[in-house]
Design a binder for this molecule. Structure first.
Ligand SMILES: CC(C)(COP(=O)(O)OP(=O)(O)OC[C@H]1O[C@@H](n2cnc3c(N)ncnc32)[C@H](O)[C@@H]1OP(=O)(O)O)[C@@H](O)C(=O)NCCC(=O)NCCS
Length: 210
């Protein structure tokens, strides 16, 4: 499997290790806007994100992963590139436990020691980060980030772009609106409306964005 990793920050390091742990998977390109032009360095192409289209033409088997933790940045890049959805790879660490009845969208990454249980639906370009648990019947929208060790109990919904901070717990049936943020360590016992940031136990709104 030939892969192009978009982004070269902290999150992409973890994805790089995930890819490295999978036999037959190889990083053929790393794209980041710190590079001015596309060039072959050793056996890996390095270049700006805009060179994705040229690369896709050169290497027809190439699949992309956007390895950037910021939800808005991932969405901006995916929108800007406009690549077909089958250009993106879904990555699942071998230590993850994923129910056969779960579905996971393109470009999403399921990190080490995660659990994705029965009838979970995960959208595109989402991150289920190290040790997170997404319990049965939960919904994780496009561009959502479930941070390390966060827990979505049963039938939780985290809509597009929501960020669930490290170690946060969402009790059953609660809804995180689009682009809502839940602080690290929070316990969410009420729905969090779209664009709100909520922290603490029980989680309370501290800010609203647009
Ligand atoms: C919630 C969060 C996004 C807020 O960030 P911010 O907008 O920069 O907020 P600030 O740091 O200015 O804090 C604002 C207030 O909220 C409080 N606060 C911030 N995060 C909090 C948290 N997780 N739990 C409890 N209180 C928190 C601060 O103490 C501060 O309170 P004060 O005004 O009484 O001093 C951030 O603190 C957070 O928890 N992010 C999650 C990070 C994470 O898990 N990343 C995963 C990476 S893989």
């Amino acid at each position: 499997m030939d892969l192009a990793l978009i982004g070269e920050g902290g999150h992409s390091k973890v994805i790089k290790d995930l890819i490295g742990s999978k036999p037959g998977y190889k990083i053929r390109a790393v794209l980041d806007d710190k590079y001015e032009q596309l060039q072959l360095v050793g056996d890996v192409y390095r270049g700006p994100i805009s060179s994705a289209h040229d690369l896709a033409e050169q290497i027809s088997s190439l699949k992309f992963v956007i390895g950037i933790g910021g939800n808005r940045v991932r969405k901006t890049i995916a929108d800007r590139l406009g690549l077909a959805s089958d250009s993106y790879m879904t990555l699942i660490h071998d230590s993850a436990i994923v129910s056969p009845s779960a579905s996971i969208g393109v470009g999403s990454v399921i990190m080490a020691y995660t659990i994705v249980n029965a009838d979970v639906v995960i959208g595109d370009h989402a991150i289920i980060n190290s040790g997170a648990i997404v319990e049965h019947d939960s919904y994780v929208g496009d561009y959502v980030h479930i941070a390390p060790k966060a827990l979505l109990t049963g039938s939780v919904a985290a809509h597009e772009g929501a960020m669930i901070g490290a170690g946060a717990t969402i009790i059953p049936g609660k809804r995180m609106g689009e682009w809502a943020t839940v602080g690290a360590g929070a316990t969410v016992i009420h729905d969090i409306p779209a664009y709100r940031t909520a922290v603490g136990t029980p989680a309370r709104t501290i800010a609203e964005s647009s």
